[in-house]
Design a protein around this ligand. Structure first.
Ligand SMILES: C[S@@+](CC[C@H](N)C(=O)[O-])C[C@H]1O[C@@H](n2cnc3c(N)ncnc32)[C@H](O)[C@@H]1O
Length: 289
């Protein structure tokens, strides 16, 4: 790798690093709407997991303490998915704009907003790369999305933020033993999950002279689902790497079936560390005179 001057304090170092992260089929597939439409039906199963719920409420508490969630504030949730955060932010802010490339994800979000009688959420179905606006937002919020692998995107998040930028992403640990086993059995090699991590957004923001506040969350994310749904989710994960043959899909199904309890349910756990980083542009205005 030819990393510019090998100086992590130089933004060019991270720009080159990020260019490497965007290569390869997994990144491309994670940017396609059909990939997320396929995941949208069961995406919110995670809301049942106590460690995940704890993380979401801790993120909300921190944003509130910092003043990022306020009745006057306009928020932009980019790659909002099913709106796990957006529906919570909408109860505390004036308006939440929610952009996502996936119609399926946004339909789930609208369903939740309707049930909660939230009228201050506006959804925008669009590829972020094709979104242009002069508007600025009090809080720009970006969570767990492949968009965080690009220097251009990070700069654009900063540009449209009037004051706060908050990012939630993976932080070094993401271990799903069952996925690892299936990957090894089917692909014949060990699973390596590259790139989708806090190192890049943090390093890049730091090299730009910013000092994101960091909070880490450790947890075990358990999703319990019927055999068919659990198999479909694991097949979806594996197919980010390449299409599976019918025999390979059957192998996944049989493996999951062998793990089912008496009610036909299978629990799959992922050991994770995630991170919230928050930038308050106001903190940058300090001087020594
Ligand atoms: C793992 S989900 C995260 C959803 C939500 N932010 C959360 O934390 O629950 C990743 C989201 O990124 C969205 N996404 C991926 N590429 C995108 C793009 N180019 N433009 C807009 N959204 C995109 C997907 O549709 C998906 O909803």
């Amino acid at each position: 790798m030819q990393i510019k001057d090998c100086d992590p304090k130089n933004p060019a170092f991270w720009e080159e690093y990020a260019a490497g992260l965007q290569k390869g089929p997994v990144n491309k597939k994670c940017m396609r709407p059909d990939t997320w439409d396929r995941a949208s039906a069961t995406y919110d199963d995670l809301d049942k997991c106590p460690d995940y719920r704890r993380q979401v409420s801790a993120v909300m508490d921190i944003l509130q303490q910092k003043g990022a969630l306020d009745k006057k504030n306009i928020v932009f949730d980019i790659a909002c998915g099913t709106g796990t955060y957006a529906v919570k932010m909408a109860t505390k802010c004036q308006k939440v704009f929610c952009l996502d490339i996936s119609a399926g994800m946004l339909e789930k979000l609208r369903e939740k907003a309707r049930k909660l009688c939230l009228s201050n959420i506006e959804t925008i179905q669009k590829d972020w790369h094709e979104f242009y606006s002069d508007q600025r937002f009090d809080l720009v919020f970006v969570s767990m999305t492949p968009l965080l692998r690009s220097a251009e995107n990070i700069k654009k998040f900063l540009r449209i933020s009037r004051r706060f930028l908050a990012i939630v992403t993976w932080a070094g640990i993401r271990e799903n033993q069952l996925l690892k086993e299936l990957y090894r059995d089917i692909m014949g090699k060990d699973l390596v999950q590259k790139g989708h991590d806090m190192i890049f957004p943090f390093g890049y923001l730091y090299s730009l002279g910013l000092a994101p506040h960091l909070t880490f969350f450790n947890g075990c994310w358990e999703r319990t689902r019927p055999v068919k749904e659990q198999s479909e989710t694991l097949i979806w994960r594996l197919e980010l790497y390449r299409e599976l043959t019918q025999d390979e899909k059957d192998l996944v199904f049989r493996k999951i079936e062998s793990l089912a309890d008496d009610n036909g349910l299978v629990a799959v756990t992922t050991r994770v560390r995630t991170c919230l980083m928050v930038i308050d542009k106001k903190e940058l205005e300090f001087s020594c005179s």
